[in-house]
Design a protein around this ligand. Structure first.
Ligand code: GTP
Ligand code: MG
Length: 383
């Protein structure tokens, strides 16, 4: 499959900066004998932050930047001078990004709002210089603290699209066609299964300039929750949708059974999806006449509001929008919007080709190296 620009999964290596070491220095000045300790503190290492940015739609920009490393704090120096703090690094992510630990699969945090800042790794504190350790009995401490070490972590960033309504259905159910009719989105539509290979978002404008977001995801088939079809990769995009619109074509053999299969796949994937509101739409109803519609109403599954629509003739589309809007604005609604992200099951994640040779070689103690060099220089000079 050709490389796609819709990147909803990246694995990156992050390392915060380590704290600068405190200095162990004594004041030396003409006419001031035994000037006492005056070594300054080390600077703080840089933090790693995540920031939600609504101008990003995917994680594409991170695909080729897989090491995010903040700089270390500088060491303290003479005259109680504090070392410079390391520079922080901020990773910009689209709203709806969820972060997991790549080694354990454990959920770390999620970023849902524009401008929301989350600290992913804390930079090490700088060490105290020897001027802090002067006591009555030890007037000339040679001891200064080293800086705190850096933190490192391999993390997985996953995007779970933020949309109000998610379209759920078998391939060829007419999901993309509906999205193209109610919004300005132009998804690919064709009469074969799996036309849609990556999620599409569209903004549905409603009366009086109000609007909501609809997400069309690739078709779901039996076994999707175990990875069949395009399966698991896209199911997570409906976890965040507030409302699920199930779509079953009118020419299906057994509507009730199809609905159950779809429902079971979602529940197997994440039982919390059961709590979301659902609406059933019978699509392609331009093929039916009034009588048939009445007949079919008897066969529909119980306990779920249903509508008959046709994206081609426009039948029921306004009614559907009304229904969606009303459901979205119900008072109790937002309780179910919150979801609990289950930890990742790392065995189910397909290994990226480039993941295998993704090893980071640590350049051991760059600070210490610098210090050695400096000492050497000084020796050379004094010779
Ligand atoms: N007669 C009729 N045909 C429709 C209607 N809606 C969609 N179709 C046809 O159904 C076929 C599949 O439509 P798509 O919108 O691509 O289906 P999809 O659910 O997005 O399919 P995947 O992307 O493969 O999951 C296309 O040939 C559409 O022209 C409708 O309301 N009436
Ligand atoms: Mg489609």
């Amino acid at each position: 499959m050709a490389e796609s620009n819709f990147v909803d999964y990246v694995k990156i290596y992050c390392r915060s900066g380590k704290g600068g070491r405190g200095s162990s220095h004594f004041r030396r000045e003409k006419y001031i004998p035994k000037g006492g300790p005056d070594g300054g503190d080390g600077g703080r290492g840089g933090h790693i932050f995540l920031r939600g940015n609504r101008n990003y739609w995917t994680l594409l920009h991170l695909k080729y930047e897989r090491h995010v490393i903040a700089t270390s704090g500088e060491s303290g120096s003479a005259k109680r001078s504090t070392g410079k703090d390391g520079e922080d690094r901020t990773i910009e992510v689209p709203c709806g990004t969820v972060v997991f630990d790549a080694e354990t699969g454990e959920f770390i945090c999620d970023v849902t709002e524009d401008g929301q800042v989350v600290m992913l790794l804390k930079g090490g504190r700088g060490g105290l210089g020897n001027c802090h350790f002067k006591t009555a009995t030890n007037q000339a401490p040679r001891y200064a603290q080293p800086g705190e070490p850096a933190q490192e972590r391999m993390v997985i960033l996953q995007l779970k699209l933020l949309a109000d309504v998610g379209l759920v259905g078998f391939p060829n159910a007419g999901k993309s066609t509906l999205l193209s009719v109610v919004s300005a989105a132009k998804p690919k539509i064709a009469n074969y299964p799996f036309t849609t290979l990556e999620p599409n978002l569209g903004i549905v404008s409603y009366r009086d300039n109000r609007s909501f977001v609809m997400a069309d995801i690739p078709g779901i088939i039996e076994g999707a929750s175990e990875g069949k079809g395009l399966g698991l990769r896209f199911l997570r995009h409906i976890e965040r949708n507030s409302l699920l619109l199930f779509m079953i074509p009118a020419d299906s053999n057994d509507i009730r059974k199809e609905y159950e299969v779809l429902h079971n796949e979602l529940v197997k994937y994440n039982p919390e999806l059961l709590e979301k509101r659902r609406i059933l739409a019978i699509t392609k109803c331009d093929m039916l006449d009034e009588e048939l519609i009445e007949e079919m109403k008897q066969e529909l599954p119980e306990g779920i509001p249903s509508v008959f629509i046709s994206s081609v003739s426009g039948l029921g589309i306004t009614g559907l929008k009304d229904l969606l809007w009303n459901e979205l604005n119900k008072e109790t609604f937002h309780e179910v919007e919150r979801i609990v992200h289950k930890s990742l099951d790392l065995s189910t994640i397909p290994v990226d080709d480039d993941d295998e040779d993704f090893v980071y070689v640590d350049d051991e103690d760059e600070d210490d190296l610098e210090i050695c060099d400096w000492d050497d220089d000084e020796e050379e000079l004094s010779q």
